[in-house]
Design a protein around this ligand. Structure first.
Ligand code: ADP
Length: 625
């Protein structure tokens, strides 16, 4: 046990020392490696035509930003450009080679990216002298421009493959009537190479369309010619770096001018030349696609992969894209485009811009319409309910008139009996006169006159009764209220007489014109007068009278007052209710019908107990016609 105690700390010390040493070693290695990581990698970009020539500068720019985004370390870029590639093929490269040699002798770059065919050719040619062992990436170059057999194990290529027939087929497809295609191409060595390729590849079109190559014209002459192309022409923009007059054309200004003044649509094959409303579109290379591949390859090389081991196949045209503005300008409809085409720069539709507003407004309109429909339906229902209730009221009123007529039957029979009795008397008297010789003709004439009068009276009573119980539709007419009052008073006089009640009327001097249903208003008056007769017919009353009076003013007014005992206070609030009656055989519908008819006519009815006397006074107000 004891020996363990002394041995263990010794062993622990040794292991501790080993661990410490290891940790220091690991620490030092991370420091150095992170220092190596932190050390920026240097890329030399060798341009072919300078720093502002489309489409290469677009590629360079894209590749650069993609590398910076993808590489997880700082990157330094040097830009160098060939000077003479624009104009000649002559080999005055010597001083430039010396310059690069001097520049990078001490510290060669970690990667060289050659942009475009001349740069590729140049570095391939001077590889051994300037940058032996430095990895190289050739890009923004067409596969035909690379000398694959001279590639070293430190070289790799990210190329594009042009397909000119595809572009020309697209032109003939979207504008099938095309007869002439003018091809824009400059005179720099690179462009001269491509002129040959263009001519070779488009040769099969010879019978279908006339091809016109602009390679021997200055750009100003090209503009002039393009402005006067015959109808059904198109222009294919290949390159215009240096024109036949030796003028270099950087960037896209030349394309912009041509597109603005040409009498025919311009097509191209790289999307650098697309999007500024200069070219129509079609199948095209995407700078983004090629640049992304190139940047990925560059980063792999910087991370230590051998350039020669990285193989990529040339990028091809993407699915066709078209500029909607150019399609409008040249009358190309979407249905003419090849399948799988995308139309860009189409102005958003009203729907796309105001989608939420349109939805909100539509929702409001739909809601409002639903609400209006609901209200209309409600109104229709109310209207039909009103019609129903009016119809029912008319029928009820009719029943009420019938029962009133029944009540009056005795007095009416009595009333008719009088003229009939008088007629009988007169007939008897006439017979006697006829038997005398000679008969008194004057007397007979008088008797016949009396018979005629009595007959009319009886007829009148029957006619009146008939019209009273007649069932008639609701019908408003203009008439004088005074006429109706006196007619009704006459009609009810026999009843009053039978009940020993004095029925009187007091009418305004001038007529009271109203617009109403005559039969219904007669019923109103009848009900009020009969109630008044009922009230005043109590044999114990000292005075038994009913007075019907009309009055002029803002309204046509009728009042029916009686000398009865008045309406007791506890009964007053119910007398207009249906089926309310204090009478032994009363139906209780009279005043309810009265009130319905009056309100239907836009009038009012109320009552009060007569001031300072017994009895009640009912007041009815109707609008004047
Ligand atoms: P009915 O005559 O069949 O009873 P009404 O609706 O015409 O039905 O009248 C309801 C009630 O109102 C009567 O029963 C009566 O009590 C009271 N009434 C109506 N007119 C008068 C009046 N002129 N004087 C006193 N009471 C009246």
């Amino acid at each position: 046990m004891h020996s363990w105690r002394t041995v263990l700390p010794l062993r622990s010390l040794v292991s501790l020392a080993v661990v410490a040493l290891l940790a220091t070693a690991i620490f030092l290695s991370t420091v150095t490696s992170s220092r190596a990581d932190a050390e920026p990698k240097r890329i030399m970009m060798l341009h072919s035509f300078g720093l502002r020539f489309k489409p290469w500068t677009d590629y360079a720019q894209f590749i650069r930003s993609e590398i910076s985004r993808r590489a997880q370390r700082p990157i330094e870029f040097d830009d160098q450009s060939l000077l003479n590639a624009r104009l000649t093929n002559d080999k005055t490269d010597g001083p430039f080679v010396d310059y690069l040699h001097a520049l990078y002798a001490q510290k060669p770059p970690d990667l060289i990216i050659a942009i475009g065919a001349p740069a590729a050719n140049f570095v391939q040619q001077y590889r051994e002298r300037i940058f032996p062992g430095t990895p190289m990436l050739f890009t923004a170059v067409e596969a035909r421009r690379v000398q694959y057999d001279q590639l070293t194990e430190d070289d790799t290529v990210v190329a594009a493959a042009h397909d000119f027939p595809a572009s020309f087929e697209t032109i003939l497809r979207v504008l099938p009537q095309t007869k002439t295609i003018a091809v824009v191409n400059g005179v720099s060595p690179n462009e001269t190479f491509w002129l040959g390729e263009l001519k070779r590849e488009t040769a099969p079109l010879a019978g279908r369309v006339e091809l016109k190559f602009y390679n021997d014209l200055s750009f100003e002459d090209i503009l002039r010619d393009a402005a006067n192309l015959p109808p059904h022409s198109a222009i294919f923009w290949h390159l215009m770096n240096v024109d036949a007059a030796g003028v270099a054309h950087e960037a896209n200004a030349a394309l912009g001018r041509l597109s603005a003044t040409a009498s025919a649509p311009v097509f191209s094959y790289i999307d650098n030349f697309f999007g500024d409303a200069t070219t129509v579109g079609g199948p095209m290379h995407s700078i983004e696609e090629l640049s992304t591949v190139a940047a990925t390859v560059a980063v792999r090389i910087l991370n230590g992969e051998k350039a020669g081991d990285i193989k990529t196949s040339p990028t091809r045209y993407e699915a066709p894209r078209f500029d909607w503005r150019q399609m409008q300008r040249w009358g190309i409809s979407e249905s003419d485009l090849p399948r799988g085409s995308t139309v860009l720069f189409k102005p958003p539709t009203m729907w796309a811009i105001y989608r939420s507003q349109i939805l909100t407004v539509s929702a409001v309109i739909v809601l409002q319409a639903a609400f209006i429909a609901l209200l209309l339906q409600e109104r229709r229902r109310r209207h039909s309910a009103e019609m129903d209730s009016r119809q029912r009221m008319v029928e009820l009123a009719h029943v009420n008139r019938f029962s009133t007529a029944g009540e009056m039957a005795a007095s009416l029979a009595h009333e008719i009996n009088q003229p009939l009795g008088a007629i009988l008397n007169n007939v008897e008297t006439a017979k006697i006169i006829l038997e005398t010789e000679p008969p008194d003709l004057n007397e007979l004439k008088e008797i016949v006159g009396d018979i005629d009068r009595d007959n009319r009276r009886a007829g009148e009573i029957i006619r009146h009764l008939r019209s009273y119980v007649m069932k008639a539709p609701f019908e408003k007419k203009d008439f004088d209220l005074n006429d109706l009052v006196s007619e009704t008073v006459n009609f009810l006089s026999p009843q009053a007489r039978a009940r020993q009640v004095a029925l009187r009327s007091k009418l305004t001097f001038s007529p009271l014109r109203i617009n109403a249903d005559r039969i219904q208003l007669q019923q109103v008056l009848s009900n009020l007068i009969l109630n008044a007769i009922d009230a005043a017919s109590d044999p114990t009353l000292a005075e038994r009278a009913v007075m019907v009076a009309t009055q002029d003013g803002e309204f046509a007014e009728v009042s029916v007052s009686d000398t009865g005992r008045g309406v007791p206070e506890e009964v007053a609030k119910s007398i207009f209710d249906p089926f309310f009656s204090t009478k032994k055989h009363g139906m209780g519908m009279g005043l309810s019908i009265v009130r319905t008819i009056v309100t239907t006519h836009g009038g009012q009815i109320d009552f009060e107990n007569r001031n300072g006397a017994t009895g009640t006074i009912f007041r009815l107000k109707l609008p004047l016609a």
